[in-house]
Write a protein that binds this ligand. Structure first.
Ligand code: HEM
Ligand SMILES: Nc1nc2c(c(=O)[nH]1)N[C@H]1C(S)=C(S)[C@@H](COP(=O)(O)O)O[C@H]1N2
Ligand SMILES: [Mo]
Length: 337
């Protein structure tokens, strides 16, 4: 069966796909950055819609691929691009439909994001090799706008159907949080490394330096309170747990804290995150989770609990907390370690 629209597929399909893949990539990172329900929910849905729009253009892209006759090196490169894209999409849909189930040591989201990162340079090369295309005036015509609206409508209704379908397959609709992460038990929190960090061995019970004053784990535990918070890892799981410790604002003299702009929390391994100083009352140094002391892998002797922020902010093996005049936004949006 040949449909005129499919046969004519070409430049505009390619342009639309390119922009959709780029915006999907960016929106994925935006979704990773949010930890509070409403912005996370919006970013995750926008990302899902953009990702689905990429998939929706597959029939048109297939027609374009069929028409091409390529030299073998180019064909190989295009095939590599296609395979990476498919692997990435499998990861995204696996999280959506099945949830957090690591296989061979990686979770669906790790596959998804890993593939997306490899995809971008391949895509750039692909676009440069196949004559870069300019946007033309007629691309913004009324007819194109109507097609855009039709695609958006199809993708929007498709997303709603898939969301309901996922309740039966693994629970995007039922058990996932606004970020798409799936619940794990507080007793079964998986020890997680952001990227390249290592669990320090052996774990020394060193004192944590908080704005120039040393605190041992025993000091932090003395007179400790509890905080219940959701640890939501970008690899696709979350756990609601109660942690024992003290607020940073209790450990720093008020006048010293008032004079600072930000708090720099650094682990014994060098992993570091910077927070606005005004968050000090909402950031906790903790020594236990659900009444059990932290283990080496989960941050002993002292780790940070940062309610409302994604897991990568919850610095483990905290060695020092320093006050700084630099604004908290002046740091990499994600750790590089
Ligand atoms: C190459 C660009 C990308 C494409 C085409 C893409 C596409 C998709 C698709 C189709 C899905 C599954 C179904 C859906 O939610 O509609 C998905 C899910 C997801 N993607 Fe991406 N993605 C890309 C890059 C990224 C990046 C760079 C990140 C994070 C840094 C990311 C994070 C996620 C997350 C967390 C989900 C699960 C969302 C949920 O369960 O609702 N994606 N993506
Ligand atoms: N020093 C250090 N802290 C870290 C990490 C890390 O790699 N190094 N990983 C972060 C990430 S990505 C998450 S999700 C949580 C995981 O905590 P857990 O191992 O107790 O589950 O710790 C965070 N703190
Ligand atoms: Mo994480």
């Amino acid at each position: 069966m040949r449909w005129a629209g499919l046969v004519k597929a070409g430049r505009r399909t390619n342009l639309a796909l390119l922009w959709l893949v780029i915006t999907a990539f960016v929106s994925g990172w935006v979704a990773f950055a949010f930890g509070t329900p409403i912005p996370a929910w919006i970013a995750t849905i926008v990302h899902g819609l953009l990702g689905l729009a990429v998939v929706a253009l597959a029939p048109w892209k297939t027609m374009i691929i069929r028409r091409w006759t390529m030299r073998s090196t180019m064909r190989l490169a295009s095939l590599a691009l296609l395979s990476i894209m498919v692997a990435g999409l499998i990861g995204g849909f696996a999280q959506f439909f099945v949830g957090w189930h690591p296989a061979l040591g990686i979770s669906p989201i790790q596959l998804h994001v890993g593939a997306a990162i490899v995809l971008i340079p391949l895509l750039a090369w692909h676009v440069l090799r196949h004559r870069p295309q300019r946007l033309r005036r007629s691309d913004l015509s009324r007819r194109m706008l109507l097609r855009g609206v039709a695609l958006a409508g199809a993708v929007g209704s498709g997303y709603m159907v898939l969301n309901v379908a996922s309740r039966w397959t693994g629970g995007r609709g039922r058990t996932a949080t606004s970020t798409g992460s799936r619940r794990v038990d507080a007793d079964a929190i998986p020890a997680t490394i952001w990227l390249l960090d290592r669990v320090p061995v052996p774990v020394a019970d060193y004192p944590v330096d908080v704005a120039g004053r040393p605190f041992t784990a025993a000091d932090v535990t003395e007179g400790a309170g509890t905080v219940t918070a959701r640890l939501d890892c970008t690899s696709g799981w979350y756990a609601d747990a109660t942690w024992t410790g003290r607020r940073l604002s209790e450990l720093i003299a008020p006048d010293v804290l008032a004079a600072a702009t930000s708090l720099v929390v650094t682990s014994s391994t060098g992993y570091t995150r910077t927070f606005p100083a005004s968050d000090a009352a909402a950031l906790w140094l903790v020594t236990a989770c659900h009444g059990r002391p932290l283990t080496a892998a989960t941050g002993a002797p002292v780790r940070l609990v940062a309610p409302g922020r994604r897991g990568f902010w919850w610095v483990k093996w905290v060695a020092r907390v320093e006050l700084s005049d630099a604004p908290a936004w002046r740091q990499l949006p994600f750790p590089a370690q």
